[in-house]
Design a protein around this ligand. Structure first.
Ligand code: PDD
Length: 277
């Protein structure tokens, strides 16, 4: 399967970048993961809007109008034109002499490729989740490739046999290392409000739309760690996560939550699946 690197399609082993690429040296870049269900883009405009927002926030000039046809080409070149798949897009500030300040005339490095996404075990998946401290920076709303805090905390979780980790900042759940968190308590769904402390998930937006449509009550409020005993149901969402039920939430040796998939999670999954079909 091929990758698209700054203007050309090529096999991955031929796709190379400068050692002075700021994406490589500083993590100075942003990325996006857009789902395509049965070959059709899902919420493409939302993903493009987020990309545009992130580019503007970190001041990388880039024309996004080339993206959509290239995404479909990435899918067909990977043999995924009619499959459940996703397209990874990454834009770094490109190669420049190493300075902390931005180069005056950046030449961004643009990377894209498609990969398959599996939906078969959508209803069976249950994740064991480790709770740990959110030691990320204050601009988690930027979908930056600088993900060391996310990868370090996820590594600790996976090393111990967990599927994902959930982060807590100042006593409140923020989000997972690569997913948005939802808590169901007394029939109301809680999720962190949009803020610099979370990535504004597109799947999150879809789930809240479904809640509105189905008349399920929700609050965009951060859920406190010390109220975890009042939770009946926990689920995580994301482009590669879809909607995944959590069966265990654990912090160090302490079990915080244990449960089967709740009724609300099941309803949301069914409705979500319908909207991807
Ligand atoms: N992760 N929060 C973080 C920190 C994320 O990295 C992601 C997505 C999300 C969910 O966002 P969305 O619903 O727009 O995918 C929340 C990428 C896509 C991943 O799945 O690895």
């Amino acid at each position: 399967s091929e990758v698209y690197l700054s203007g050309k399609w090529m096999p991955p082993r031929e796709a190379t970048i400068s050692v002075f690429d700021r994406g490589f040296m500083f993590g100075d870049g942003i990325y996006e993961v857009t789902p395509f269900y049965r070959g059709k883009a899902f919420r493409l405009q939302d993903h493009l809007d987020r990309l545009k927002y992130c580019l503007a926030e970190i001041k990388i000039p880039f024309d996004l109008s080339i993206l959509e046809p290239l995404m479909y080409e990435a899918l067909s070149r990977a043999g995924l034109a009619a499959s459940d798949a996703a397209v990874y897009v990454q834009i770094s500030r490109g190669a420049a002499p190493r300075t902390h300040y931005f180069p005056e005339t950046p030449k961004p490095t643009f990377l894209m490729y498609a990969f398959p996404v599996k939906l078969e075990n959508f209803h069976e998946k249950r994740w064991k989740v480790l709770v740990s401290e959110d030691f990320r920076w204050q601009r988690c709303d930027i979908k930056s490739t600088a993900l060391l805090a996310n990868t370090m905390s996820n590594e600790q979780a996976v090393l111990r046999g967990y599927d994902e980790n959930l982060l807590v900042r100042d006593g409140y759940f923020t989000e997972g290392s690569h997913s948005t968190a939802f808590f169901v308590s007394n029939g109301i769904i809680y999720t962190h409000p949009k803020s610099p402390h979370i990535l504004s998930g597109i799947t999150r937006k879809v789930v809240l739309e479904i809640c509105r449509d189905l008349g399920i009550k929700f609050k965009e409020e951060a859920f406190p760690l010390d109220k975890i005993s009042e939770v009946d149901d926990v689920f995580l969402t994301g482009t590669t996560t879809q909607i995944t039920a959590v069966s265990l939430l654990q912090e160090k040796e302490q079990v915080l939550f244990q449960g089967e998939k709740g009724e609300i999670t099941g309803r949301l999954q069914e409705e979500f699946l319908k909207r991807t079909r």
